[in-house]
Design a protein around this ligand. Structure first.
Ligand code: AMP
Length: 421
C-alpha cells in the first residue's frame, strides 16, 4: 500500500459507524426537542474569520490551523471550530431580522493540527448548539442543561459541570493589569509558551497544562466581576440549582477561545484521562460585533463526538441498534428475484438487508456475512422457494430456524436482535 490516512485521522467503518449513526440520531433528537434546528456551514471558511475571532494569540491560530491558498490566492482554512462560522452565517443571512432567539445545532468534522494522542485527533467531530439573541442567563442554563441531556440520553446522569465566569471587557480591564503584574513576578516559573502568552494575552496562561503551580497563585477573574457579570453569574447558578444540575465552581477555567464572555463551562468525564473534557461552552457576547455585526448576545457549546463514543458501551441499547442486520445468501441465479422480493419487504419495515449475489459456495458467503458483522443470515435456494419458507441462522448463537415467507418480517420485528434464537 502506497498511501496511508493522514496522521491524526480515522476511518470510521463497520459496526462502529453503525453505532456512530445511531448516536448522532439520538443526540439530534435531544437537540430538536429543545427547539434547535440544524445548520450546515462550509467545511472551509476565509482564514480571517478564525484569526479574528478565535484570537491571534490562541493555540488554534498560531499552531493548529490547516490553511491553504485556493487557485485565486484566497486564504482559506479548514474549520477548527464552528461557533464563528455559525455566527457568520447568522449575520450573512440576516437572521437577526427574525427577532427573538435563533437556536441552531450542528454536527460535523473540525480540523486542528494538534499532537495526536488518545482522544485527540487532527480531524475530529463536534456536535454543538448555539442560541443567539438573548442576554438573559436563563438561556445559559438551557444550554448547560441541554448539553447534559445529551449524555443523559445514554444513561450518564451524574456528570459534573465545571463552571466559571470570565467576565466581560469591562471587568477584565482592571483584572488584566493585575494579572500582568503577577505574571511578571512569577516569570522565572513560567514555561516558554506562557512567557509568550503573558505578553500577548495573559488570560491564556490559565489554559496551560504545565504551569499549574503558578496558576494557583494568580488572581482570579471572579473576584473582579462587574455588577452586571456577577448578577448574571448568580442568576445562572440559581437556575442550575433549581434544575438540580450538579456543578463545581472552577475559577481557573477559561475557554481557549477569545470571544468568550461571562459564562464558561466544561463537562468532564473522570475516566477519560488527560483528554477528559467531553464538552465545553459558554457565552460569547463579543463575537457578532467582532465580525462587523451589531452587538448580539449568544451562548453555546460544543461536544466531542469521538469522546462521547469512547464512554459508550460497545452495544448500545435502543430500538435502532437492537434491530438485526440481515444477510441473504442466494444459492443460484434463479433465486435472485425471490430474494429481492423478500428483501424489499424487510427493507420496507426498516431492516437492513444485504443480498449476496455472488453465487459463491455457502462457506464463502457465510464468511462474508461474518466479517461484515451481520446478525442474521437468510438462505434462499430452489427448495426454499418451492416450500415458501427460508432458513435463518443467528450468527451469534449459531442457531437455525425455519420461517415462512409470510412471517419473515414479523419474525424479525417481534424479536429484535437480542431475543431471537
Ligand atoms: P473546544 O472547541 O476546544 O472547546 O472543544 C470542545 C470539545 O471538542 C472538547 O471538549 C472535546 O470533547 C472535543 N475536542 C476538541 N479538540 C479535539 C481533538 N483534537 N480531538 C478530539 N476531540 C476534540
Amino acid at each position: 500500500m502506497k498511501f496511508k490516512k493522514p496522521r491524526g485521522t480515522q476511518d470510521l467503518l463497520g459496526k462502529y459507524m453503525k453505532k456512530w449513526r445511531s448516536v448522532e440520531e439520538r443526540v439530534t433528537g435531544v437537540l430538536q426537542r429543545y427547539g434547535y434546528r440544524e445548520i450546515r456551514t462550509p467545511i472551509f471558511e476565509m482564514s480571517g474569520l478564525f484569526v479574528r475571532t478565535v484570537g491571534e494569540s490562541s493555540d488554534i491560530v498560531t499552531k493548529e490551523m490547516y490553511t491553504f491558498n485556493d487557485k485565486k490566492g484566497r486564504k482559506l482554512t479548514l474549520r477548527p471550530e464552528n461557533t464563528a462560522p455559525v455566527m457568520r452565517a447568522y449575520l450573512e443571512n440576516g437572521l437577526q431580522r427574525q427577532g427573538g432567539i435563533s437556536r441552531f445545532y450542528y454536527m460535523g468534522p473540525m480540523f486542528r493540527y494538534d499532537r495526536p494522542q488518545a482522544g485527540r485527533y487532527r480531524q475530529f467531530h463536534q456536535i454543538g448548539a448555539e442560541a443567539i439573541g438573548l442576554s438573559n442567563p436563563a438561556i445559559d442554563a438551557e444550554i448547560i442543561k441541554l448539553s447534559l441531556d445529551i449524555y443523559k440520553e445514554f444513561g450518564f446522569s451524574s456528570l459534573q459541570v465545571r463552571l466559571n465566569s470570565v467576565g466581560c471587557m469591562k471587568c477584565r480591564g482592571e483584572y488584566m493589569i493585575l494579572l500582568r503584574e503577577k505574571l511578571a513576578e512569577y516569570k522565572s516559573e513560567l514555561c516558554d509558551d506562557c512567557l509568550h502568552r503573558a505578553e500577548i494575552n495573559p488570560f491564556r496562561v490559565f489554559d496551560c497544562k504545565t504551569c499549574i503551580s503558578v496558576k494557583k497563585k494568580l488572581p482570579i477573574i471572579t473576584d473582579y466581576l462587574c455588577g452586571e457579570c456577577s448578577e448574571h453569574f448568580e442568576e445562572l447558578c440559581v437556575s442550575l440549582e433549581g434544575m438540580s444540575v450538579n456543578y463545581l465552581l472552577d475559577p481557573l477555567l477559561v475557554r481557549g477561545l477569545d470571544y468568550y464572555t461571562k459564562t464558561a463551562y466544561e463537562i468532564i468525564h473522570p475516566e477519560l484521562g488527560a483528554q477528559n473534557a467531553l464538552c465545553g461552552g459558554g457565552r460569547y457576547d463579543g463575537l457578532a460585533s467582532e465580525l462587523g455585526g451589531a452587538s448580539i448576545p449568544a451562548v453555546g457549546f460544543s461536544a466531542g463526538m469521538e469522546r462521547l463514543m469512547q464512554i459508550l458501551p460497545d452495544e448500545l441499547e435502543g430500538k435502532e441498534v437492537d434491530r438485526p442486520d440481515i444477510y441473504f445468501i442466494v444459492f443460484d441465479d434463479k433465486c435472485s428475484i425471490q430474494a429481492m422480493i423478500l428483501a424489499d419487504k424487510l427493507r420496507s419495515a426498516d431492516f437492513v438487508v444485504y443480498i449476496d449475489f455472488s453465487m459463491r459456495n455457502i462457506k464463502k458467503q457465510l464468511k462474508s456475512a461474518s466479517v461484515r458483522e451481520y446478525d442474521y443470515v437468510v438462505f434462499i435456494g430452489q427448495k426454499e422457494i418451492e416450500d415458501k419458507e427460508v432458513t435463518l441462522k443467528n450468527m451469534k448463537s449459531g442457531n437455525q430456524v425455519t420461517v415462512s415467507f409470510e412471517k419473515l418480517v414479523s419474525y424479525f420485528s417481534e424479536k429484535g436482535v437480542t431475543g431471537i434464537e
